[in-house]
Design a binder for this molecule. Structure first.
Ligand SMILES: C[S@@+](CC[C@H](N)C(=O)[O-])C[C@H]1O[C@@H](n2cnc3c(N)ncnc32)[C@H](O)[C@@H]1O
Length: 251
């Protein structure tokens, strides 16, 4: 089931706040070529482009719906034409050919995406392949223990959350980066819970983001009610996000 891109765009304020903090870790002169790996609807990508007045951004995503929404966004951003290119690709299938016009890139930036990619060795090797030597990898995604209260609430309803994800630890991620061609590796996790005004808002968010894959296994008429039941089963209208942060340089 593809993302509901308009709803994601509306509900992704937590992602934008996370993205801004990660963006501050990118060391930019303003003329670099940077890949946003898993750009979604482009809200954070737009802030990345603003830091590159003389540079370029490759906005890459595997979701046609997300990429369409990102294209619509940038059609309205003054000065974006010619500085943003869109690539529809799976990060596990990424190659310099996909990025022929811009590779080797100066940096890869990514937020709230890597945990949806279940083979991190291959992911990091692919990202290394499109970076120049010394190029930066600055990223954040769900880490070990991420959204445990959502997983537990689904379990209390008598089922396991369907879908694929990888909430890796900082230690295993650092080891993976070092063996796939990165130096200066710094990885750490931090808790970053997100509170919702009420359980209805929580259910809407769960439906669009955390339970998207699970709900795809249910008949359409049952999806909203399931998200509401999970929201009602959680101890409070708070999602216990854990973010895995990555800073590294291509060897
Ligand atoms: C939660 S959204 C984050 C979007 C954006 N970075 C943000 O912070 O708002 C996750 C994005 O990762 C993309 N994604 C997941 N797996 C991917 C893969 N294997 N290759 C490329 N994109 C992927 C999804 O399509 C989705 O747009």
């Amino acid at each position: 089931m593809d993302w509901d891109a308009p709803n994601y765009d509306r509900l992704s304020n937590p992602h934008v706040l996370w993205g801004r903090a990660v963006l501050e870790r990118l060391e930019l002169a303003g003329d670099e070529a940077v890949l946003d790996a898993g750009c979604g609807t482009g809200r954070v990508t737009e802030e990345l482009l603003a830091r590159l007045p003389l540079g370029k951004v490759v906005a890459l995503d595997a979701s046609p719906a997300m990429l369409d929404q990102a294209r619509s966004r940038f059609a309205k951003v003054p000065g974006a034409a010619g500085r943003v290119s869109f690539v529809h690709a799976d990060l596990l299938e990424l190659s310099p050919t996909h990025l022929r016009a811009l590779a080797p890139l100066d940096a890869v930036f990514s937020t709230a995406t890597f945990h949806w990619v279940t083979d991190h060795d291959r992911l990091f090797a692919n990202l290394r392949a499109v970076l120049r030597g010394g190029g930066q990898l600055v990223a954040q995604c769900g880490g070990e223990g991420n959204i445990a209260s959502v997983v537990a609430a689904v379990r209390r309803l008598g089922t396991e959350r369907a879908g694929t994800w990888l909430y890796a630890s900082a230690e295993e991620t650092a080891a993976r980066l070092e063996r796939t061609g990165f130096d200066g590796v710094h990885c750490w996790c931090h808790a970053d819970p997100v509170s919702f005004p009420d359980r209805e808002a929580l259910a809407e968010f769960l439906q669009t983001v955390c339970l998207r894959e699970h709900l795809g296994t249910l008949p359409p008429a049952e999806r909203r009610r399931f998200a509401e039941r999970v929201a009602e089963t959680m101890p409070e209208p708070v999602i216990d996000y854990v973010r895995l942060n990555v800073v590294a340089r291509a060897r």
